[in-house]
Ligand binder design. Structure first.
Ligand SMILES: Nc1ncnc2c1ncn2[C@@H]1O[C@H](COP(=O)(O)OP(=O)(O)OP(=O)(O)O)[C@@H](O)[C@H]1O
Ligand SMILES: [Mn+2]
Length: 269
């Protein structure tokens, strides 16, 4: 006979660290005597935790929230491949309702921390574009697979290193990504050739942009075509981040500094 408490014993056996997401100080204090290293993951370190990973935004998706915290901890050398950690999170609200055990390995490491923390644009802007791209990847345009290329941040420089393929539908408009109507427009315009250019603060600067940054020294996986090469090259020539949806394999990839930093299958989300 096994009880729920036995189950919890299994989940909490031999932990290398305990991740506590957005704790109140009262809740955090309960772990003061804890044997495991306690890592607080939250928008702010309001509990003065010794070991802290800053969340740039509250990920509604719990898997992303956990990934983010763990990747942040890997980045700081707090945990390593092969470690077993438990995460205390609220899935349905701010109150704790779940304990999730995770093995730190390649499969947890997507690059999502790098994408948000080391990009020049606001994390909220990256998230908004990321969500549009993931949705396009899942549903396509009117059910058909579609490709798209978003270049985010350092827009002045990106505009200097690109040219219009046609009339810019966003000329003189002051619209921002994240607005539901704008997101519908972005999906609609994903049929257009070229790239979308988005500013650090999320303003849609242009659609239909042909990127002209040189591909010299840009090293991306073989088999990716011109959309990915152009998307990667512009991030070497500027401080922008690119998010690319592939029409042919359906994957979402992000590039920074001319390199691939993230590869995700929208179907997994
Ligand atoms: N220099 C560029 N700047 C902006 N967009 C580009 C550029 N080169 C190609 N594209 C876009 O990429 C599309 C062609 O994609 P291609 O098949 O060569 O790339 P890919 O990397 O294989 O992408 P996919 O995986 O979606 O097929 C074009 O229709 C165009 O919209
Ligand atoms: Mn192709």
């Amino acid at each position: 006979m096994s009880t729920p408490a036995d189950l919890l014993d299994d989940l909490t056996a031999d932990l290398d660290a305990l991740f506590v997401f957005s704790p109140s100080s009262g809740f955090y204090e309960r772990f003061e005597e804890s044997e495991e290293e306690v890592v607080v993951v939250a928008p702010e370190n309001s509990v003065d935790a010794e070991t802290f990973v800053e969340l740039p935004l509250e990920f509604d998706n719990v898997r992303d929230r956990i990934r983010f915290g763990i990747e942040g901890a890997i980045d700081r050398g707090i945990v390593d491949d092969g470690d077993d950690v438990a995460c205390v999170v609220g899935v349905f609200g701010d109150d704790y309702d779940s304990l999730v055990r995770v093995r730190v390995d390649e499969s947890i490491h997507t690059g999502i921390y790098d994408l948000f923390v080391n990009s020049r644009a606001d994390p909220g802007v990256i998230r908004d574009v990321f969500e549009v791209v993931m949705e396009l990847g899942k549903k396509g345009q009117k059910g058909k697979p579609v490709g798209a290329l978003f270049v985010i941040g350092d827009a002045g420089k990106v505009m200097n290193k690109s040219r219009p393929l046609s009339y810019n539908p966003f000329e003189k408009s002051h619209v921002h990504v994240g607005d539901p109507i704008v997101n519908v427009m972005l999906k609609e315009f994903s049929r257009l050739d070229g790239a979308f250019v988005i500013s650090d603060s999320g303003k849609i600067v242009s659609a239909y942009r042909y990127l002209e940054a040189g591909a010299e020294g840009v090293d991306i996986p073989k088999g990716l075509g011109t959309r990915h090469m152009a998307g990667a090259a512009i991030t070497r020539a500027t401080n922008a981040t690119s998010i690319v949806l592939s029409e042919s394999d359906g994957l979402v990839r992000a590039f920074k500094g001319g390199e691939l930093i993230l590869e995700l299958d929208p179907e997994d989300y």
